[in-house]
Write a protein that binds this ligand. Structure first.
Ligand code: FAD
Ligand code: EPU
Length: 337
């Protein structure tokens, strides 16, 4: 039986730690709860916000509608020769799922260790870190179609995954609620250490033949050294995407800034937004209650009682200065509510 609550504080439900109230709030523990919820037609036209761990959101106002907090639990796996299919409820904590897989020595997710948030949100922006993206381990997901009340399955090709992108952020935005996700992993370790920071850290630890667990530990250690822990300092990870430029545009900027931090991706060039922001003098800067993180300029933080608007204004100022210095327009990665 679902329960609709009113005027609920979302401060403890978003990792920025921003105070904002939901007019209505419901927790979903089973996929059938969604059928029950939407059998009441008032929720079809009401503004709705689906929430997992609230680790990729910035509230700039109260939410005058229904917040749907996804809590569906359960992790199961099936082994077929070397292939492992894992199925997880949308409300599982992403890193609990990674820990489960690392514990069983199922390979594929270890580079995605310690990313905050829920399993259900992982396909939304095709989460990625340290040389691996969700799409590399994604098999399919099941989602509730709000307009029809039907449950549908999406295979990898249906999802149009790209860098921090999927169909769920574009044409299907707010139309489906993901209830479970299936992943394809392997019992055979295929270690991926192409990201420089991982190989450097392995070298430092004198690990020559890393196990899945070693990779998970090393990735977690790198993350802790760079990123602020949301339980002590509010943030939503990278606030902006790394900009991807055509080779022609990149060459123009490169000629002026030969030391620019960049990577080749197919025929395009990805710039490190953190580097651009640091070059504009923002790294570690405190602006009122907000600022950028001292070890990673791409992360905007809440130093205490910041409002969402303050953080948004800081992000505007950063976009402006990066545009002025490099003629590059940063795009926000965090969802602004
Ligand atoms: P939420 O913030 O609750 O929601 C995000 C979006 O997904 C919203 O649009 C929401 O409506 C939608 N959504 C959530 N659940 C569902 C669902 N079940 N069905 C449909 N829509 C849904 N991201 C990376 O990719 N790589 C990183 O390395 C990384 N590092 C981070 C480090 C820190 C310290 C923090 C705070 C964040 C980091 N992030 C990173 C961002 C964040 O962890 C991911 O975007 C994560 O997937 C968000 O999960 P969530 O459950 O908190 O989503
Ligand atoms: N850099 C700087 N100054 C900074 C920050 C970074 O010069 O303040 C330089 C670094 O020295 C490095 C390069 O930028 O040469 C890249 O830095 P890093 O390895 O920290 O990764 P990133 O590109 O800043 C991306 C993701 C992260 C993900 C890491 C690891 C985006 C927007 N961000 O950050 O994802 O964890 O790579 O793969 O793609 C997130 O999405 O929330 C997130 C944290």
């Amino acid at each position: 039986m679902i329960q609709i609550h009113q005027n609920v504080s979302l401060k403890n439900f978003n990792t920025f730690g921003i105070e904002a109230y939901a007019r209505y709030f419901v927790e979903i523990n089973h996929k059938e709860d969604l059928v029950e919820l939407f059998s009441d037609t008032q929720w079809h036209d009401s503004p709705r916000l689906i929430m997992g761990g609230g680790s990729n959101m910035l509230f700039t106002q109260n939410f005058d509608g229904l917040v749907i907090k996804m809590n569906i639990r359960g992790i199961e796996h099936r082994i077929n020769h070397e292939e492992v299919i894992i199925e997880s409820g949308a409300g599982e904590v992403w890193n609990d799922l990674v820990t489960y897989c690392v514990g069983w020595e199922f390979a594929g997710m270890e580079n995605l260790s310690l990313i905050p948030g829920s399993v259900g949100a992982s396909p939304i922006q095709n989460i990625g870190a340290y040389g691996v993206e969700l799409k590399d381990v994604f098999e399919s997901c099941e989602a509730f179609e709000i307009a029809t009340g039907a449950f549908k399955h999406f295979k990898k090709d249906d999802c149009k995954f790209a860098y921090r992108e999927s169909i769920f952020k574009q044409e299907l935005k707010n139309k489906y609620i993901i209830v479970s996700v299936k992943f394809k992993l392997s019992t055979q370790a295929q270690i991926n250490i192409k990201y420089g920071a991982i190989s450097d850290e392995l070298l430092k630890r004198e690990i020559v033949h890393p196990s899945i667990k070693d990779i998970s530990l090393v990735v977690s250690a790198i993350r802790v050294s760079k990123l602020p822990d949301p339980s002590t300092i509010g943030n939503a990870g990278s606030f902006f995407k790394n900009p991807v430029l055509s080779k022609i545009k990149f060459d123009l900027i490169h000629a002026q800034f030969p030391e620019i931090s960049h990577y080749l991706v197919n025929n395009e060039v990805k710039l490190a937004a953190g580097w651009l922001i640091e070059q504009c003098g923002w790294k570690g800067k405190v602006v009122g209650n907000t600022g950028t993180w001292k070890n990673q300029a791409l992360v905007l933080v809440n130093h205490g009682n910041a409002s969402g608007d303050e953080v948004l204004q800081l992000s505007d100022a950063i976009i402006l200065s990066v545009k002025e210095k490099f003629n590059v327009i940063l795009e926000r990665e965090v969802n602004i509510i």
